[in-house]
Design a protein around this ligand. Structure first.
Ligand code: ATP
Ligand code: MG
Length: 632
């Protein structure tokens, strides 16, 4: 492991201080631990007005040489990737660094053979099979820009993204497994491509062995193309600021944006944060449950672990198949040491039988992680107690597609940990809270809008094809600052708690509440599995609180349950935060990354369901009808 790992709290403090006093020296030392074809001339050039941000300017490199080639000498026979299939009866597959290198090179040669060149945009719409990892890295190998689209998105969502990126090729599979279901992926691609004139080639990987429609002259099978192809492919030399990938944000707040990351800075930031936050050791087995279609999968399943020479586990399935113990069965099977998942998964598993967890030893676990949403206290404690057996540090990692890597998080076992708090910024990160006028809030225990004062290597460079949109979205709200869109509070010790998106703040009679705070209180009720609250116009209070609640079982007396929930909220927060309306639902409208789409719930609460906007990225559009029908 490179010597960039912080080992003690004192080292954290020193690293943090240096990263503020001398950011260029700090990041330049870290960047020097990588393999560059040519060293950079200028470490950082930036302004947040345009914005124009360049890290390691003039540097030449290929990220896959850092992920693969540089490990071959010392770690050639070490496992790089373990793939666990959806069905536990199917055999898992392992790839050493040497084998992964060959697979990536072969895939890269297949891309070249099919006309893909440096700078081309490649859309990857594939399930969580090893070829997804090969394909993504293969693009990086030849300098093509990957745009991975989660293989659960609809045809409409896919065609919007392909057209925005003007991709020339789609890499996909015949179908996919998700729990007990099998889904015809290629059919979705065919439908999407009816509206995508830029695409002239489709490469299909066989997963299910299904007969699929192959369009003559456009579609080819990967297993045909790879016949006789060389296992060697020299890496394309890239500039630090050449685009590495485009990734569209999940869309919980409207039209998706193509977030652009570049080669040099992203590489440095991905590895630095991976190695430090999880305190990864050479022989650790690391498992991130995110799909590669999300930024978490990009940075912490693929790039971060491989850049570090670690062993990364990739799982095709879902937490509930064949039963609610699947995650824990996989942890025991491979002796997973570091486990990184999302609060939505934890909450759904909490709803199951406790024996589904307790019947596994989980002895190998050393560090747990959470990402994607605020983790409510109850879920935090459940995860920490039943999974981590109170011995594993739990890191609540706050970051965004736009930040490339983790920004605010406990460093496992080193910096403070507190339930529902992301805690302290990582070295190099300069958070600041501002009020709605943009004035800095210096005191603690006050809520503000979370911004960043200074760039870090993984920061968004632009939104694809529309730089102005990038400026307007992140750099124009508060002059000279990067605005995250999230609200946060610092506690008396300076630890950050993320409250949620600022759009999700509810103002009741002049008191401002984050939706997460109220949901947290509601979820303390034993009957409640999950909840979502939104504000709606209220004559007296300005905004009223409308809660959507999923219960463990259908309550015998809904009025009792409502009264109990109100009691819990009053006890945890106070009378002022008590929900005005509580609707019991069987599901919530979630994006495919498991986040609640509150804008839909807001419409329902406002009684205006005529135009719900784009719902094509919802996991289960049917729940919307149920919620509309039951509106109070
Ligand atoms: P869109 O920007 O399209 O609405 P999104 O914001 O959900 O989508 P992501 O970039 O995947 O897309 O998610 C980042 C957001 O997720 C953060 O801005 C924050 O609101 C939330 N988030 C992520 N991690 C945490 C965390 N540990 N604690 C609290 N919130 C988190
Ligand atoms: Mg966002």
């Amino acid at each position: 492991m490179p010597n960039i790992q912080i080992k003690t709290y004192q080292e954290y403090e020193e690293a943090y201080k240096r990263s503020i006093d001398d950011p260029e020296g700090f990041w330049s030392d870290i960047a020097s631990t990588f393999t560059w074809r040519k060293k950079w001339n200028t470490t950082l050039e930036w302004n947040f007005e345009e914005p124009n941000i360049k890290w390691f300017k003039g540097g030449r490199l290929n990220i896959t040489e850092n992920c693969l080639d540089r490990h071959l000498k010392t770690r050639g026979n070490k496992l790089a990737l373990i793939w666990e299939p959806n069905d536990p009866k199917e055999r898992f597959v392992r790839y050493t660094y040497r084998e992964l290198h060959e697979k990536v090179c072969q895939f890269a040669n297949v891309l070249k053979k099919n006309g893909v060149k440096k700078g081309d945009r490649v859309c990857i719409y594939m399930p969580m099979i090893p070829e997804l990892a090969f394909a993504t890295l293969a693009c990086a190998r030849i300098g093509a820009i990957h745009s991975v689209i989660f293989a659960g998105f609809s045809a409409v969502a896919m065609s919007d993204r392909i057209n925005d990126a003007q991709a020339s090729i789609v890499l996909t599979s015949d179908g996919l497994n998700r729990g007990a279901k099998q889904i015809p992926v290629k059919r979705v691609v065919d439908e999407a491509l009816e509206k995508c004139p830029s695409v002239n080639k489709v490469i299909v990987v066989e997963r299910l062995g299904w007969a699929v429609n192959m369009v003559e002259g456009r579609d080819v099978w990967y297993h045909d193309e790879v016949q006789g192809v060389s296992k060697d492919c020299p890496a394309e030399e890239m500039d630090s600021e050449d685009m590495l990938f485009i990734l569209y944000t999940s869309g919980s707040t409207g039209k998706p944006k193509g977030v652009v990351h570049t080669c040099g800075g992203y590489m440095v930031y991905a590895q630095y944060t991976f190695s430090n936050v999880f305190q990864v050791q050479e022989n650790d087995i690391y498992w991130c449950t995110a799909d590669i279609g999300w930024i978490t999968g990009h940075t912490y399943l693929l790039y971060g672990p491989l850049l570090s020479g670690s062993t990364s586990l990739m799982f095709e399935g879902v937490p509930s198949y064949p039963d609610m113990g699947r995650f824990w069965q996989v942890v025991d099977k491979f002796g997973v040491n570091i486990f990184y998942t999302a609060p939505t998964a934890i909450r759904s598993l909490m709803g199951g039988d406790i024996d589904d967890v307790l019947s596994y030893s989980l002895d190998s676990l050393k560090v747990l992680g959470s990402v994607g949403e605020p983790i409510n206290e109850e879920a935090w404690h459940w995860y920490h107690t039943h999974v981590g057996k109170e011995r594993c540090p739990l890191v609540d990692t706050w970051w965004q597609t736009e930040t490339g890597g983790i920004m605010i998080s406990t460093i496992a076992g080193i910096t403070p940990m507190k339930p529902s708090h992301a805690a302290l910024p990582l070295p190099g990160i300069q958070p600041i809270l501002v009020d709605t006028e943009g004035n800095e809030i210096t005191e603690n225990e006050v809520e503000g809008h979370l911004c960043m004062k200074f760039p870090w290597p993984g920061i968004i460079r632009t939104t694809y094809g529309d730089h102005e949109r990038c400026r307007l979205s992140y750099f124009s709200t508060y002059k000279g600052l990067y605005f995250t869109g999230d609200g946060a509070k610092r506690d008396k010790d300076g630890l950050y708690r993320i409250i949620g998106r600022v759009d999700d703040v509810i103002n009741v009679s002049g008191h401002r509440f984050g939706t997460a705070e109220i949901e947290d209180a509601i979820n303390h009720n034993d009957h409640v599995v999950e909840s979502a609250v939104v504000g709606y116009p209220h004559d007296v209070k300005g905004q009223g609180i409308y809660a959507f609640v999923i219960c463990k079982e259908v309550p015998e007396r809904e009025d009792y349950l409502r009264a109990e929930i109100i009691e819990t909220v009053v006890e945890k927060i106070g009378k002022i935060a008590k929900p005005d309306k509580i609707q019991i639902v069987s599901g919530l409208p979630k994006t495919r990354s498991g986040k609640i789409m509150r804008r839909i719930l807001r419409k329902v609460a406002e009684g205006d369901t005529s135009n719900l906007g784009d719902t094509s990225t919802l996991l289960d559009p049917d729940v919307v009808d149920e919620i509309k029908a039951g509106a109070l």
